[in-house]
Design a protein around this ligand. Structure first.
Ligand SMILES: *Cc1c(COP(=O)(O)O)cnc(C)c1O
Length: 364
């Protein structure tokens, strides 16, 4: 025991690090495999737009210069694209960094953060880091129970995290549900609506978060370049909020929290609408391909949105996860989300999906 151990913040002692999907290189080392597919981290199998890559590469040549700390050009591009004011935008090093920034602005130790059972793991980590009291409201049909969450609000509640759709369940709330919910939430409580999979969604009663945000200044929406824009490795996300909240978030963030290659790539990624549409189409087709095959195999799954499918195996998922690894297929066990019988599978390219399906067939 080192002397400094006694000074480690007591919440940090209890903190378990976020468990990412197994990296391809790790499985290659462990099993000596070469032909590996990773369907574990909801990455876009098409990879980034060639235009985004070109822009990032160009920015790298000027890597000795600090990035534009305000991200002016990207915020202008985003503002025009979303039809909001640039002053409503805050850029983050991944949207997960915006969860922490929001908590740092609004939550003091001992105050309360609410989310749902089976919700995205980052929310609880943020809560623990901030020494907040994390209230995990029981899920309904694996998803967010907004009525129960509204009922859980106390005068200590400062922040509510809602992932829509949620990862790892794919469950989602409708515009009407979210509208009713916002009416019940005190105006001083921040609601962070995490829309990491926004661009994949094609449902007509999916919430119009921007219009709700205009009515409710306590609503913050976060989105990311990690998913449909396939720039997960560059780490870039953004928050859409009331300008005054953006002002506070900008005070807390470090001045150069987003790199210049990421800023440059993101502008091109937004402008490359062909690539976005191609990614949407590939995901829709992949989802249909997987669902059809799972139906044939008699494997249950949650009917969710996003670029992944969550299998409901009705038994411990680890044996199947391990067997898939030996086939060179990395999926995501989610026992740490309280779902030991489920396995989350990212929708891959047609051939990747086929390979996953034939591996399943072989096992059953
Ligand atoms: C992937 C994901 C994110 C995105 O995280 P980044 O930090 O932007 O890469 C955020 N929320 C949810 C629910 C996710 O699944």
């Amino acid at each position: 025991m080192h002397a400094f151990e006694e000074h480690v913040n007591k919440n940090i002692h209890g903190l378990r690090p976020y468990q990412p999907g197994k990296p391809t290189s790790e499985l290659a080392r462990e099993l000596g495999l070469t032909d590996i597919i990773k369907l574990a981290s909801n990455e876009n199998p098409l990879g980034p737009s060639a235009k985004a890559v070109a822009s990032a590469t160009k920015a790298l040549a000027e890597g000795h210069i600090y990035p534009d700390g305000s991200g002016y050009d990207l915020r202008q591009t985003l503002a025009k694209h979303i039809n909001i004011d640039a002053a409503q935008l805050t850029l983050g090093n991944g949207s997960d960094s915006l969860f922490l920034l929001t908590g740092q602005v609004f939550v003091n130790p001992g105050e309360q953060i609410i989310s749902s059972q089976h919700a995205f793991a980052a929310y609880k980590i943020v809560s623990q880091v901030l020494q907040a009291d994390f209230c995990e409201v029981p899920a309904k049909d694996w998803g967010f129970d907004l009525d129960a969450i509204a009922n859980a609000v106390t005068d200590k509640t400062r922040l509510i995290f809602i992932a829509n759709p949620n990862n790892p369940t794919g469950t989602w709330v409708t515009h009407q549900q979210l509208t009713d919910f916002m009416q019940k939430i005190p105006a001083g409580v921040i609601v962070l609506l995490d829309e990491a999979y926004y661009e994949y969604v094609n449902e007509k009663d999916y919430p119009d978060g921007i219009s709700l945000q205009q009515k409710h200044p306590n609503l913050i929406i976060t989105r990311t370049f990690s998913k449909i824009h396939a720039l997960a490795g560059l780490r870039l996300g953004y928050a859409i909020s009331h300008p005054q909240i953006a002002d506070y978030l900008n005070r807390v963030r470090f001045p150069f929290n987003v790199s210049s290659p990421a800023l440059a790539a993101a502008i091109s990624a937004i402008e490359d609408t062909d690539h976005v549409e191609k990614s949407q189409l590939a995901n829709r087709q992949g989802a249909a391909q997987l669902r059809e095959a799972l139906d044939k195999l008699g494997i249950n799954y949650l009917l969710g949105l996003g670029n992944f499918i969550t299998l409901d195996l009705k038994q411990d998922a680890m044996p199947m996860y391990d067997k898939l690894l030996t086939e060179g297929i990395i999926t995501r066990p989610i026992a740490n989300y309280g779902m030991p019988q489920h396995l989350r599978v990212t929708i891959g390219e047609t051939e990747e999906n086929e390979r996953f399906i034939s591996a399943l067939q072989k096992m059953l």
